[in-house]
Design a protein around this ligand. Sequence first.
Ligand code: ADP
Ligand code: ASP
Ligand code: MG
Length: 411
Amino acid sequence: MPVLVMKFGGTSVATLDRIKRAAKRVGLEVAKGYDVIVIVSAMSGETNKLVGFVNETSPLYDAREYDAVVSSGENVTAGLMALTLQEMDIPARSWQGWQVPVQTTSAHSSARIEAIPTDNISAKFNEGMKVAVVAGFQGISPEGRITTLGRGGSDTTAVAFAAAFEAERCDIYTDVDGVYTTDPRISSKARKLEKISFEEMLELASLGAKVLQTRSVELAMRYKVKLRVLSSFEEPSEEAGTLVCAEEEVMENRPVSGIAYSRDEAKMTLVDVADKPGIAAAIFGPLSEAGVNVDMIIQNVAEQGLTDMTFSCPTDQVLRAQKALNDAKGRGDINFQELIADTDVCKISAVGIGMRSQSGVAAKMFKTLSEEGINIKVIATSEIKISVLIDRKYMELAVQALHDAFELEKL
Ligand code: ADP
Ligand code: ASP
Ligand code: MG
């Protein structure tokens, strides 16, 4: 039987009624003759609540116990979805990550999937089971402990299953009807894209468009998974949603395809560090060991052998970063006058493969922001993206202004 993977995000399984509605969609695909692997998220809000419990109990938590707690939301929805399907006379069974087993690295709270043996679930399909409901976002480490895949990780579970089972398609059901030129919740002018290339989706996701987890796009690109994003609230149709596909399949030639934002950025500045060989390693080594995801970095011009080093990281890692740097200072590995944390910034990015061949995108972006009176704090570019760090209070304004400037509503 051909296999189909259907992933339902938090809002699509937020209540028992919504689980029923999702199960009906699964039933339609079973009726077409598919063996279906359903990947479920936790009910919306549930993972946030669990993360809150962990932070309140232990701000610098042991990530193994974080995973033990936050993975549990998916267990509930997996069981409920299997029961709902059974009530519809569809043979279904739920699977937690360790039961499959979804084998991951032991990088707790942001583990990577290493392998998904297909034998257990395939054997059940052969015995007549029609739907395997798998708890997304979770796996098991080589040490036998529960791991999670980072926020939004159920998308990655879905694509990894689609690759392992050579599924005909991987459908990501969410609360918007596709991938838009920017977050439709921020701009009413956002346009739905019929298709988007893997490369652009990868950048948009990694720059904050949480509609797909970055790693899921990476996997889809590597294993050529046919990936579709669609709404679980709209009537089923073959053409619904956005197809994430190879660059050659996207016909339009546009300099910018989308604007992404990331609200939860922090800018950290080490004031007056010695400008000498090895200093960057002495700063960023401990940060990496502490699990801080450093994004943008700038080092100022040195004066009298001293310089300022600025970097950005997610706001929820500021505590860890401060501890790592103060510990390094305490050991005498680095020296600085002051460590300033600015947690009121956000990152805005323009993404498009057209940037490779069309110049002037950066200039237009900077001019647009300056016309709105928005000061740029840090800039980073790559082949197909330009990102800036700005004050968070200008986030919506910047997204709207750039969306207008690049005429994305006309795409
Ligand atoms: P789920 O719970 O289904 O995984 P998420 O909340 O993780 O859903 O992702 C869907 C959300 O992604 C949308 O509600 C939307 O606000 C946001 N989003 C951000 N950027 C985009 C974009 N470019 N296109 C579509 N949705 C986007
Ligand atoms: N429930 C997890 C989260 O909220 C995983 C997911 O929904 O993809 O991050
Ligand atoms: Mg998500």
